[in-house]
Each structure stands twice: as structure tokens, then as C-alpha cells.
Design a protein around this ligand. Structure first.
Ligand code: PGA
Length: 251
């Protein structure tokens, strides 16, 4: 299964978000998306209007960018997986490097969120990836596997079926510097091997994220172990995002 996920991050006013969605839902017909599952992750404030605006036969699914690991409680400012489920949300991005970097999220914290998302029937899009120092010192494969193995550690083999993994090297996020197709393939095949050896299955989709755009997507999407993309900057431009859907479909 191929996935293209647009992470809008903290961008778009409600009006801008709805205009972007409108353009996407008009362009992304059943024929255009083919076998690609298209997901958009707007800011949480926009989730309900976005869900309401999507037509019943829409090819677009909705993800949140984060959620808490408890269903309800005294956690000011947070939203829960249970609330998302009741708001027609399909998936949730968890463990994004910006959450780890700016909001001090740890691997253990991410693991709790992943477990709770699965419990609430949301698809967790679990993000992992190394810092530049780890790439330079050569520990990037093991360090990224360590993040992933902790994030998934509480899931049964059956629960793993519902997980999407996103490999996002931190040095490539929002920097314009994209990982080479060889670097991407090396990491994806390594993670797949480790998943099989340690968790008994390796059939979860693994997406690449980090400055992916129409000009570099063909090479990345054509790698054997790449099942799609998690797109930041280029997902804010409807034309670019739709072009990425086409490129993924044809990969
Ligand atoms: P980018 O972001 O495409 O702007 O690099 C990717 C992401 O953070 O998911």
C-alpha cells in the first residue's frame, strides 16, 4: 500500500486551510489517486471543518499532527486519540522530530501515544530519524532502530499491522537538503530487516520525509523499500502535492 501524507504543521489560517483542501479534493479524483492513499494533517483546530467539508466519496483521509496518551483528563492544551476518533479523524502523526526537539517528547512517551492511538482505532504514523551528528558519527542506523523499537514496543504482532512508519532524517526536514535515494533505501531496508527479526513482521508501509518535492520525488519513490512520503513544505502547495500523488502512483 502506498501513502502520501501532507503535514501542514502550524500553517494556514482556517480560510487558507479550507481553500487548500478545496483545491485538493477537486483535483484528487479516484482516477488520479489510483492505489495511493492520500492523507492530510491540518492543524488540530481545522480537523472538524476539514472532516465536514470532505465529500462522502472523497479520496482524502485526515490525520492529526499529535495527540495525548490518555483518553481524557487534566492535561491542559492537549487533545486525545479518543477525541480524534469521534471527530472523523483516521490517523495521527506521532513522534515527529519537531515534537521531540521543541516539546521534549521521549521515545517512551511516543510509545504510550502509539499504544493509545491503536486502542482508539487511529492509524499511528510513527516518525523516526537521526540527527546530523548521528549520521556523521555513523550510528544512524542503530539509533533510528532504537527509536522505532521503543515506539512500537507495546504493540502485539496483530496491532503492528495498523502502523505506518515515517523515516525522516532530522537534517533533511525543512532544510532543502534531501537524503540521497541510496541513503533512504539503506535505512528503509535496514528497518524492515530489524522489524522482521525482532517483531516478526515487516509489511508495514515505510514512508520517507524530509524536503521531498516534485523535483526529487521520482528517485526516492522508486526505491524498493519506500512506500510513500510524509511531506511538509510541499504539501502546502496544492499543485506540488497533487504532482507528488501522481509520481507516487506511477512509481
Ligand atoms: P519537509 O517536512 O517536507 O518540509 O522537510 C517533512 C516533515 O517534517 O514531515
Amino acid at each position: 500500500m502506498k501513502f502520501l501524507v501532507g503535514n501542514w504543521k502550524m500553517n494556514t489560517t482556517p480560510e487558507e486551510g479550507m481553500a487548500l483542501l478545496e483545491e485538493l479534493s477537486q483535483g484528487l479524483t479516484k482516477e488520479v489517486v489510483g492505489d495511493v492513499r492520500v492523507v492530510v494533517a491540518p492543524p488540530s483546530l481545522h480537523l472538524i471543518p476539514v472532516a465536514d467539508a470532505l465529500l462522502e466519496n472523497s479520496q482524502i483521509e485526515i490525520a492529526a499532527q499529535n495527540c495525548h496518551y490518555e483518553d481524557f483528563g487534566a492535561y491542559t492544551g492537549e487533545i486525545s486519540a479518543q477525541m480524534l476518533l469521534h471527530s472523523e479523524v483516521d490517523a495521527v502523526i506521532l513522534g515527529h522530530s519537531e515534537r521531540r526537539q521543541y516539546f521534549s517528547e521521549t521515545d517512551d512517551f511516543v510509545a504510550l501515544k502509539v499504544k493509545n492511538a491503536i486502542k482508539n482505532h487511529l492509524i499511528p504514523i510513527v516518525c523516526v530519524g537521526e540527527k546530523l551528528e548521528q549520521r556523521n558519527t555513523g550510528t544512524f542506523l542503530e539509533d533510528t532502530w532504537s527509536q522505532l523499537s521503543i515506539a512500537l514496543s507495546d504493540l502485539s504482532k496483530d496491532e503492528l499491522e495498523d502502523v505506518i512508519i515515517a523515516y525522516e532524517p532530522i537534517w533533511a526536514i525543512g532544510t532543502g537538503e534531501v537524503a540521497s535515494p541510496e541513503q533512504v533505501q539503506q535505512m528503509h531496508s535496514f528497518l524492515r530487516r530489524k522489524l522482521k527479526e525482532n517483531m516478526g513482521r515487516d509489511d508495514m508501509p515505510i514512508l520517507y520525509g524530509g524536503s521531498c518535492k516534485p523535483s526529487n520525488a521520482d528517485e526516492i519513490f522508486s526505491q524498493n523499500d519506500v512506500d510513500g512520503g510524509l511531506i511538509g513544505g510541499a504539501s502546502l502547495n496544492a499543485e506540488d502535492f497533487m504532482l507528488l500523488v501522481e509520481k507516487l502512483k506511477n512509481s
